[in-house]
Design a protein around this ligand. Structure first.
Ligand SMILES: [Zn+2]
Length: 114
């Protein structure tokens, strides 16, 4: 259930930014989530609706942008998307890999009203 802690920290950042911008309402929140991060969109939205209540962020829409997982093979330098849970390089069969993308989780932007 670490989505609750994650959602709480998003709310803190959002409210801080909104108050600096003298916003009266927050309408959209844009979040980037890598496919490898274990964040579940629905859980974040669920907690969001609860913890943003009675703040200027209440009712804001969470917009999720998913980042596809990409690995680079350290043996043959093939860049590829993993097939299901398998990390094996489809080119040479190596399991020595580097994660290029997919672990992201961050706040990209917010829309506000003044
Ligand atoms: Zn390879």
């Amino acid at each position: 259930m670490h989505e609750l802690a994650v959602t709480q920290s998003i709310l803190d950042i959002v409210l801080q930014n909104a108050s600096q911008a003298q916003a009266t309402k927050i309408t959209n929140i844009y979040l980037v989530i890598g496919d490898l991060s274990s964040i579940v969109d629905d859980s974040v939205q669920f907690y969001w609706d609860i913890i943003s209540k009675d703040s200027i962020a209440e009712g804001a829409q969470l917009q999720f942008r998913r980042i596809t997982t990409q690995f680079e093979c350290l043996d043959c330098h093939e860049v590829y998307q993993p097939d299901g849970d398998s990390i094996i390089c489809p080119h040479c069969g190596s399991t020595r890999i580097k994660v290029l993308s997919g672990e992201e989780f961050y706040l990209e932007a917010i829309d506000i009203e003044k």
